[in-house]
Design a protein around this ligand. Sequence first.
Ligand code: NAP
Length: 610
Amino acid sequence: MATERERLHNLFPDLDFDPEALRARYAHERDRRIRDDGEDQYVEAADQFAHYADDDPYAETIERDPLDIDIDVAVIGAGFSGLMTAARLKERGVTNFKVIEAGGDFGGTWYWNRYPGAQCDIESYCYLPLLEETGYMPKEKYSYAPEIFEHTRRIGEYFDLYPNTLFQTRVTRISWNEQDQHWDVTTHRGDHIRAQFVIQATGPANRPKLPGIPGIEDFKGHTFHTSRWDYEYTGGDHNGNLDKLGDKKVAIIGTGATAIQCVPFLGAHAERLYVFQRTPSSVDLRGNKPTDEGWYASQQPGWQRARRENFAAVLLGQNFTEDLVADGWTDIARRIGISLMNRKADAGDLDMEEILLRSEIADFEKMNEIRARVDDSVETQDTAEALKPWYRQFCKRPTFNDEYLATFNRPNVELVDCSDSKGVERITANGVVAGGKAYDVDCIIYATGFEITTSAHRRVDFDTIGRNGESLYDHWADGFRTLHGLASHGFPNWFTIGINQNGLSPNMTSMFDDQAVHVSYIIDEVKKRGKRVIEVDAEAEEAWVQQIVALAGTGATAFLEECTPGYYNREGKGSGGNMQNSPYAPGINAFNHLLKQWRDKGELEGMSLG
Ligand code: NAP
């Protein structure tokens, strides 16, 4: 029996690095970052911090009288998930609905996140939905936030959704009215809406999250969260020109995907910028380019779905031969494919252990390049060392930017590594304390992300009360309980679009769209069959939960258990043995295929009509 070292040498005789040393380094870096308080280290943007989430710096308040109405469907949320749902309902001729949205326009994440440099990392040809229907050609391979926001408005106009939408309206509660067989929806504007169906499409990143740093409430200077960028204070706009920062000392806390994009602009304009980093991001090449009009015009009908499916298949290692998107997301899969193709003819049977090993080696090579990129871009050695990520590429969300690393060569920019203390130590009236040193600043910007994987209830600031007064969040107390991630037993005529127990893709819009197609089909069928109520059967829900759990051990959930802490793995706590919140492990394409088969059967299997 070959030892691990011999096996490595046999499979990879030419390696110029030591995989075992990298494994040990990754484990060490992970362990020293894990905090006992896990997800409890964050504070909610509620009570004294509510303004971080509730304030809308982008729109004047619209005055209107409270509504008292009866409708067929209430869609809660007008980000991409709610928008796609509304569009798909309209396509099916369901028109008596309202979309209820907290923001002042369509867009959700793209309404709120207007920080300088905001851009989507997923290729625009995959990310922007309904390109074929609306005839829109994205300007570049990777779209900036204003273009994406405009596209949500374009979809809103194309499907004539503005008259259906109540903007600047927050739902306060939804409850099932058993006697009259509808949902009572109330809002902070005093609306009372009776809706036959409710679709909760509140998005995965709708609630900003704050670090529970001691003293956070003591700071006397200016503060805001990146998702409510205060251009009044900074000056400038999405393109930068933050001219009011010229005499300001600025701290930014967090170095995730958001900070990577806005730090270059802060560095260019602030008198002094301190970047407080706990874990460095992996920062890969951006390499944006304008859309080739000829290529775009030559695409055949159905091209966008085919491209999205190809992207998903390549990411899951299900297709190594044709990589249409060919970017930093699919790079590792390509490398694994090449590694497998170069396998010697006499290498024996390929087993799962070898596939996992080849994947790990491809990952090490990729991350070695990411670390070498830091050395190539950053002049000061200590700073370069601190900026190097020591984990596998998909342990944290990979980022892509061509200016971030070089920003640390500016004399006015300082990286403050606070990994030793597992984060910023303290905030005082005058600034930030890290590594025992006080940094006095005029402004603190929180780039600390969103409530993405904290408890489902915490992410939605209203209650959902089903049959017999049961709260959805009690029903989900031990993890999601759904059929296909979309509906739950005890909650008739209620659906949700999002990341629950469904096929997951980093290309969120395609994921939401397929869910929207499915839910709008179900609602249309209930109407066509002359019924009023549809509900998931308890047995079907239990069977789906069991399937999710059984498949989870083979998928991303198992991979993430070993990773450096972050929201991907509940701050290093992992699933805690509970696999119920896992996505459908075979992936988004298999999931969509399963949903299509379910629809094609036409039996509404696992659901009962009444
Ligand atoms: P994030 O990825 O959750 O990053 C939060 C940052 O805050 C992390 O660097 C975290 O450090 C740091 N942090 C938290 N508590 C801290 C403390 N006490 N002291 C110091 N640092 C602390 O948030 P985000 O950057 O806003 O991104 C959120 C998600 O939005 C992304 O993952 C992505 O899905 C999406 N997004 C996408 C794009 C895009 O497509 N280009 C752009 C922006 C955002 P640790 O890593 O050590 O926890």
